[in-house]
Design a protein around this ligand. Structure first.
Ligand code: NAP
Ligand code: HSE
Length: 428
């Protein structure tokens, strides 16, 4: 008789219930593939009496996830509660201390405490796996730590928040404002309880920080991610970008530069014909570039019961089979602290502004750009009204510092009537 792998699940919400369903539905398949049975022993959530539409009667119940974490009869502690402090952190630490391997879907916890947790786990000979924490059902962590382990990763890019991609594509498809689609998404339950986690780029920033650590062998550093949410993206910019052959995406980019590690999560223009440009709705996409593989594109559902539980079970199966890969793909002690570089890589920018319709106004703007060393690639005046002239400029590659200098100078010209919009155009 082979020894079963015994699971304790903390959290019986969307993801937790999904895991229970897979274990119940596929018990024979899982046992055959792993060479040993996979059994749920005990579970925990806040409410014992809530109807979760799944049979929990065979499992032990723990009111406190820390007590679940310490049980002697579980091998793997699965943390699917959420939150980067409190019960999730306490229970994960307790589980490591009592000799359990960890499987987590909690990107916030790992983006903030991942280095300390990984060091503690590795010292104790335990593993922490977190496939479900990044891009839901897409096996991106496994791809990076295993399939691409022979590469030096040069760039990681991705659309990693389905709610934001839903909002941006819905705005374009229906011609609706950001506020209208935000309300719609909220009513449909697409947004986190605190929507700022989604639309402020925080959730996606957590995910990017985790992938950066694996890609560049650096300590996970969420504070170093430059964050800009999608709240300032207007339907006007979506239309103008489309007219020039671009889509606007909340795009995460991480790359090691001569000045340090650049990590950005911000709205960017990408070519509408590119895989990222064609990504619709709540789907996620991660683009990985390595020196040997060149480029691979992974696409799939970034959230939801099935996809997220699928990723958790992939990690559980690895543990059942005895595969023990370090949390971030190399021993946590060998991860170095990276110097943070702010938008060090030059790029073209999309600029939209309103000018006073007077002789020489455009010349003053062009002069400010020239003084900052920025060259104009394309320029267009459109929708001309009596007193104001909307103008679009696409620059050649420039640095963020030079752009900020030019934007400050625009104010001094006295011809730019409101704050210009500046969006980076990413080469993808
Ligand atoms: P959820 O539906 O809100 O469920 C959270 C579960 O945790 C609930 O069962 C809740 O109990 C339980 N819980 C909360 N605080 C607790 C405490 N103090 N003690 C015991 N149990 C507690 O969340 P979810 O969507 O499943 O997400 C879980 C984790 O997966 C989060 O870290 C999330 O970021 C991550 N994730 C989710 C998705 C997704 O598509 N949903 C995708 C990727 C990653 P009650 O049910 O009794 O309230
Ligand atoms: N709020 C997240 C999203 C859930 O929209 O992608 C998955 O992490």
């Amino acid at each position: 008789m082979t020894t079963p792998l015994r699971l304790g699940i903390a959290g019986l919400g969307t993801v937790g219930v999904g895991i229970v369903r897979i274990v119940q539905k596929h018990s024979t398949l899982l046992a055959t593939r792993a060479g040993r049975p996979i059994e749920i022993v005990a579970v925990s959530a806040r409410s014992k009496t809530k109807n979760r539409d799944v049979d929990l009667s065979k499992y032990e119940w723990e009111d406190n996830p820390v007590s679940l974490a310490k049980r002697a009869d579980i091998d793997v502690f699965i943390e699917v509660m959420g939150g980067h402090e409190g019960p999730a952190k306490d229970a994960t630490e307790a589980a490591i201390a009592s000799g359990k391997d960890i499987v987590s879907a909690n990107k916030a916890l790992l983006a903030i405490h991942g280095q300390a947790l990984a060091e503690t786990a590795e010292q104790a000979g335990r593993v922490i796996r977190f496939e479900a924490a990044v891009a839901g059902g897409i096996p991106v962590v496994k791809s990076m730590t295993e399939g691409l382990a022979g590469n030096e990763i040069t760039r990681v890019m991705g659309v990693m928040n389905g709610s934001c991609n839903y909002i941006l594509t819905r705005m374009e498809d229906a011609g609706l404002s950001y506020d209208a689609v935000f309300d719609e998404a909220n009513q449909l339950g697409y947004l986190e309880a605190d929507p700022e986690l989604d639309v402020g780029g925080i959730d996606a920033g957590h995910k990017l920080a985790l992938l950066s650590a694996i890609a560049f062998g650096t300590q996970v550093d969420f504070d170093a991610v430059e964050l800009e949410g999608i709240g300032s993206v207007t339907i006007e910019d979506i239309h103008q970008a489309a007219d020039m052959g671009y889509k606007i995406k909340l795009l995460g980019v991480a790359q090691m530069t001569g000045r340090g590690l650049e990590q950005r999560m911000s709205p960017c223009l990408v070519p509408d014909t590119s895989p990222l440009g064609q990504l619709q709705g709540g789907t996620n996409m991660v683009v990985l570039e390595g020196d040997a593989v060149t480029q691979i594109v992974l696409r799939g559902p970034g959230a939801g019961e099935g996809p997220t539980a699928s990723a958790v079970m992939g990690d559980v199966m690895d543990i059942a089979r005895g595969l023990r890969v370090s949390t971030f793909g190399q021993p946590a002690k060998t991860l170095r602290k990276a110097r943070a570089a702010r938008a060090a890589v030059a790029a073209p920018y999309y600029l939209r502004m309103q000018l006073i319709d007077k002789p020489g106004a455009l010349a003053k703007v062009a002069h400010a750009l020239g003084e900052a060393g920025i060259s104009i690639d394309r320029m267009r005046q459109y929708g001309h009204e009596d007193t104001a002239a909307p103008v679009l400029i696409v620059t050649h590659k420039t640095t963020r510092t030079a752009l900020e200098e030019a934007l400050a100078d625009f104010k001094a010209t006295g011809v730019v009537t409101c704050d210009p919009v500046a969006i980076r155009i990413e080469a993808v």
